[in-house]
Design a protein. Structure first.
Length: 230
């Protein structure tokens, strides 16, 4: 256990910082994903074919491409795109995009594709009579959407959103390729330095399990809260 001491004698402080970094990236990516799903879910449900096409392209491409490839595209392709735009304005030096921003954005886009399908399915599962009743009562669209549709959508969506959160949490291990020091990256560094990979990778697995367990506790509470009366 000396390997987990804090300070110069062990790797405890580095692993704790990596643990917090994993949480930060996961939460940021999930929020970005929800933002994307808020944009693309209405497009998926739109009666206009062009909007359906745009949303279907997003969800199909992102879910069909390996997550690691998406991260590579944003990390290396994003740097190239930024440098190209900068060169237009006469700036030709190398620009490196922050690994936290790149990783969170890449994983957020992946999370958003899955969240979009979750929200779409949840809204389509709501009884059509709910929509018709709101229209019959003369409710404005934003009123019945926020007061009637969203609460029912969340009740149906939270169980599947918990799966999306698990995917997002585990996908953070992939951004170690960008150099961001999260659990997997720090475990790799510690394992290489001490030549004890079994211990550090086992401890990394334990940290992920702790995050998963705590996440499920919180999500189960939310699910019970939204299922009151059912």
């Amino acid at each position: 256990m000396e390997l987990l001491y804090f300070g110069s004698k062990g790797w405890g402080d580095e692993l704790f910082a990596a643990f917090l970094m994993t949480i930060a990236v996961s939460i940021t990516a999930m929020l970005i994903g929800i933002l994307f799903s808020i944009i693309f879910t209405p497009l998926k449900l739109s009666n206009k074919k062009i909007f359906n096409f745009i949303a279907n392209c997003y969800t199909t491409v992102i879910r069909g491409v390996p997550e690691l490839l998406v991260i590579y595209l944003f990390f290396f392709g994003g740097t190239g795109a930024v440098m190209f735009v900068a060169s237009i304005f006469g700036y030709n030096d190398y620009i490196e995009i922050n690994a936290f921003i790149t990783g969170s954005f890449a994983i957020g886009i992946i999370s958003g594709a899955y969240s979009t399908e979750v929200f779409r399915g949840a809204i389509q599962s709501i009884d059509r009579g709910q929509f018709e009743a709101c229209k019959a009562l003369g409710f404005k669209k934003y009123v019945y959407f926020f007061k009637v549709i969203i609460p029912q959508m969340l009740r149906l969506a939270i169980p599947n959103l918990s799966n999306v959160w698990q995917i997002t949490l585990k996908d953070t291990s992939l951004i170690s390729v960008t150099g961001l020091v999260e659990i997997m990256r720090q475990s790799y560094i510690a394992a290489g330095s001490t030549r004890d990979p079994l211990f550090f990778y086992s401890f990394a697995a334990l940290l992920y399990l702790i995050l998963t367990f705590l996440s499920m506790k919180i999500l189960n509470k939310l699910e019970k809260n939204y299922n009151r009366g059912f």
